[in-house]
Design a protein around this ligand. Structure first.
Ligand code: PMT
Length: 395
């Protein structure tokens, strides 16, 4: 893996462990990783700007309004970095970031940072055990921030307990592991669908389903973090650093997929596509009549996944479908993977409230076209996405 073009943005806050980061910067330098340093003003009470500048061979950023370019630093530094590491992170900085407070350059960058963030806290053990700090850490973890827990031992403040910055080797290996992970899909184009399709009846009514789009979005975001060029075709509204194509109906979704098909390497259909649409869309709002019944005529939608698989006769692309079932999950999934002809089918039980539709978590079984199966225990949709992607690229 080439690390030459990778940049780690290191945020240093005001804790005694700040001096240990000098050694970390040297290790990154030796590995060829570019480091950019941003300090809180308090960090400079523990380590000098000159030391950090010499070690990183880059300017050290501290002042928010020291703008040298048209683009403010909190935006340009956030854009340039592949990963942001905050070490040592004080209780104060962690709590500010968790609550969106941006009152210095470091916290402003954190606020504008949408990629991977790793935080290595260091503080007094009583501060570590403080409930507000603990809640702020959980908040950040739930948003995908990775924490490297402090070690237990003798603390600079004289106490013995949990609060020492974890080892520099641990921080270094975690960042390097992430940089490797972020290359896994480099050069690949991944197209993902998400959300329930919307089949309009008239200007005010439609047929749809409970899909929130979260599963597909998590896959798209994970593929992006793994270095892929990503296109998310979705019926929902998401903000993301990758291309998003908004669609409503199954037909629109199929057209958008057709546009991306030739240039794609992996296609993942997590969308809940309606099997039928209304035969005659009414351009005007349908009026209530004296009839007790109203019959809506439906026609079949194309089976998008099956048609994509038919187009992939030379098997150049990896095509992955999902299978949503409320009963006999694996039996139905085994039939479906043969019928649709996809390389993998991700089976999930949508009768459960804690997984599947709209929930934060999922529990799935991956089926492959050769009859292999792998169960993934219940986990966040983001972790399940990583497991699915790693499985299909390593198989
Ligand atoms: O969006 P969330 O709230 O996070 O919920 C996630 C999910 C439950 C929607 C997702 O995990 C999931 O199961 N998606 C597939 C839903 C579905 O349509 O399943 P299916 O078994 O009916 O269809 C099988 C496959 O064929 C799917 O990949 C589907 O996208 C595709 N299909 C279905 C019908 C159709 N006309 N064309 C298709 O391409």
């Amino acid at each position: 893996m080439s690390l030459q073009d990778k940049t780690v943005l290191i945020g240093i806050t005001g804790g005694i462990a700040a001096y240990k980061i000098c050694e970390l910067i040297r290790k990154f330098q030796k590995a060829g990783v570019n480091t950019k340093i941003v300090c809180t003003p308090n960090a400079l009470n523990f380590v000098t700007k000159l030391t950090l500048q010499n070690l990183s061979k880059n300017q050290v950023y501290v002042e928010e309004f020291d703008v040298k370019d048209w683009k403010p630093e909190h935006i340009s530094l956030a854009d340039e970095a592949d990963v942001m590491l905050i070490a040592p992170a004080t209780a104060n900085t962690i709590s500010k970031i968790a609550n969106g407070i941006a009152d210095n350059l470091l916290t402003s960058i954190a606020c504008a940072f949408s990629k991977k963030m790793i935080i290595a806290p260091a503080m007094n053990c009583n501060m570590w055990n403080n409930q507000s700090v603990a809640e702020n850490i959980s908040k950040l973890k739930s948003r995908g921030v990775e924490f490297l827990e402090p070690d237990t031992g003798f603390l600079a403040c004289g106490y013995t307990g949990k609060g020492r910055l974890c080892s520099i080797d641990k921080i270094y290996n975690t960042v390097l592991e992430f940089l490797e992970y972020s290359q896994k899909l480099a050069g690949k184009k991944v197209v993902v669908t998400s959300g329930g399709t919307i089949e309009e009846i008239d200007p005010v009514r439609y047929i749809s389903n409970y899909s929130s789009g979260k599963m597909g979005f998590a896959i798209a975001k994970t593929a992006y973090n793994m270095g892929a060029e990503v296109v998310l075709i979705t019926t929902k509204n998401f903000g993301a650093p990758f291309k998003i194509v908004n669609v409503k109906s199954a037909i629109q979704m199929q057209n958008a997929l057709d546009d991306e098909f030739e240039t794609s390497d992996i296609i993942i259909m997590a969308a809940a596509v309606a099997d039928y649409r209304v035969k005659n869309y009414s351009a005007q709002k349908l009026k209530k009549t004296s009839d007790e019944e109203l019959v809506l005529e439906l026609v079949k939608n194309p089976d998008i996944l099956q048609e994509l698989c038919n187009k992939n006769q030379n098997k150049e692309k990896i095509i992955v479908g999902f299978c949503a079932e409320s009963e006999n999950l694996l039996e139905n999934a085994k039939e479906k993977i043969i019928k649709k002809g996809c390389d993998y089918l991700i089976a999930n039980d949508i009768s459960r409230k804690d997984i599947g539709f709209s929930s934060e978590d999922n529990e799935v079984t991956i089926l492959d076209k050769n009859g292999g199966m792998k169960h993934l225990d219940k986990n966040s949709k983001s972790i399940i996405s990583r497991q699915i992607l790693e499985y299909i690229i390593h198989e």
